[in-house]
Structures are given as C-alpha cells and as structure tokens.
Design a binder for this molecule. Structure first.
Ligand SMILES: C[S@@+](CC[C@H](N)C(=O)[O-])C[C@H]1O[C@@H](n2cnc3c(N)ncnc32)[C@H](O)[C@@H]1O
Length: 218
C-alpha cells in the first residue's frame, strides 16, 4: 500500500461529502456491473468491502436480507449511513473495517467490492482474497457447507494489457492496480472459479468468482 491506512482514510474522509458528485462513465459502468453480477437472493447477507458512501451496498439492499458495509474512512461511512437513513433502508449496516480485518464475523453469502482494492499492494490484495475465502459463507437451502462466501464480485481498476503511461486511469502516487491475470490467479488459488470477467475499459474490470465445492459437499 502506498501510504498508511490512516492516510488513505483521512484522504477519503476529506472528500466524502463531494465523493458522489464526480463519477466517470467507467466508474458508473463498473458499479452497475458489480450490482448486476452480485445477484443476492432474499435470504443472503452481502458484505461490501471498501464500501465508501454505499454505492454498492445501498443498491443491493432491496434484493438481500441484509447488507454489511465496511470501510476505513469514518467520513465515507457517515455519508453511507446518512443515505441509508434518507432512503429508509433498515437492513443495511455500515462500520469500520479493513480489507484484511473486516471486523465482521457473521455470515457473508456474497462479498462485493468496487473501486477500492487497488489501493493495496499485490501481496495485500492476495491476503484480502484469502481473508474473504476464509469467511463464514452462511447456509442456504441448497448448500450445507458454510466454508467461504458463495460468490465474490470484484470491480476495480485492473490491467487487461499494458496501461498507457500517459493516460493512467488511476493515481500512481496512491494506487497500485494489478493485472486481471494476477487477480484471477488469487481467486483460483483459494478455491474459487472465475466465472466471468467483464472488461469495462482496458484499465477497469469486474471479476465474478464462485466457490468451488469439493465432491461430496453441497
Ligand atoms: C474510490 S472509493 C470506492 C467506494 C465505493 N466502493 C464505491 O464504489 O463508490 C475507495 C474506498 O476504499 C476505502 N479503502 C481504502 N483502503 C481501504 C482498506 N485498506 N480497507 C478498507 N477500505 C479501504 C476508502 O476509504 C474508500 O472509501
């Protein structure tokens, strides 16, 4: 990670009130795809990591039983809570949590994250994906194992090819995006099958990963 967690948290808290006002078409497309690919059912709990002001968590609240958002920035979380209250959403909860220590030990059937993981280094992203895979995935009528969330949807800055150094879609001084190939390998190495990769831009994509169950497991 370029900079400390505290520095990232402060940077986002400073811009929290205006964060929603300035979005690129690529961000909008990516967020829309994360919501579409998450497909929670009415009994699912969704955990949204790096939730910011709640773009993904709030959009999924109507379809899921419960949505839990985690972020390191108090300012962003305060905005997310304000929006949930404004919309009368009682099944969404926002709180402090870091990617590798989400500060949540309940079930997470589906995990989402949008435009946030690129702040972490390659090794830290790998630790995050290992952490996600180790969460309690909850039970569902068709599934008796609770190891790992059933689905993980990651939308983010990621490289499909060599990024044009003159047109970075990210800020090299604070961001550290990975290649799509590297992220896919991180998921497959912890027991997930990558079932879809959406290319939004040559530096923005959405990876959908589903838990692979061992034979005999449901
Ligand atoms: C660009 S915003 C995206 C917010 C939201 N997911 C969205 O789609 O609008 C990135 C968010 O990641 C959070 N963040 C950065 N590093 C983090 C970390 N290590 N753990 C958890 N959240 C982090 C920031 O505080 C910020 O709210």
């Amino acid at each position: 990670m370029k900079g400390t967690i505290e520095e990232h948290a402060e940077r986002f808290s400073e811009i929290a009130a205006e964060y929603d006002d300035d979005k690129t078409p690529e961000y909008e497309a990516c967020a829309g795809l994360v919501v579409k690919r998450a497909r929670p059912n009415g009994t699912d709990t969704v955990l949204d990591l790096g939730c910011g002001t709640g773009a993904i968590a709030l959009a999924l609240a109507e379809d899921a039983e419960r949505v839990v958002g985690r972020d390191i920035s108090e300012g962003m979380l305060a905005e997310a809570r304000r929006k949930a209250e404004e919309r009368g959403l009682g099944n969404v909860e926002f709180g402090e949590g870091e990617f590798r220590e989400p500060n949540y030990d309940g079930p997470a059937n589906v995990v989402t994250s949008n435009f946030a993981l690129h702040h972490l280094s390659e090794a830290e992203k790998r630790e995050t994906i290992e952490t996600i895979a180790g969460l309690d995935g909850g039970q569902s009528p068709s599934r008796t194992s609770s190891v790992g969330p059933r689905r993980v949807v990651l939308g983010d800055v990621m490289f499909f090819g060599s990024p044009d150094p003159d047109e970075p879609f990210y800020s090299p001084e604070v961001d550290d995006p990975s290649t799509v190939g590297s992220l896919v390998e991180m998921f497959t190495s912890v027991g997930y099958a990558v079932t879809k990769v959406d290319r939004v831009h040559d530096q923005v994509g959405v990876i959908t990963a589903e838990r692979v169950l061992a034979s005999g497991q449901e």
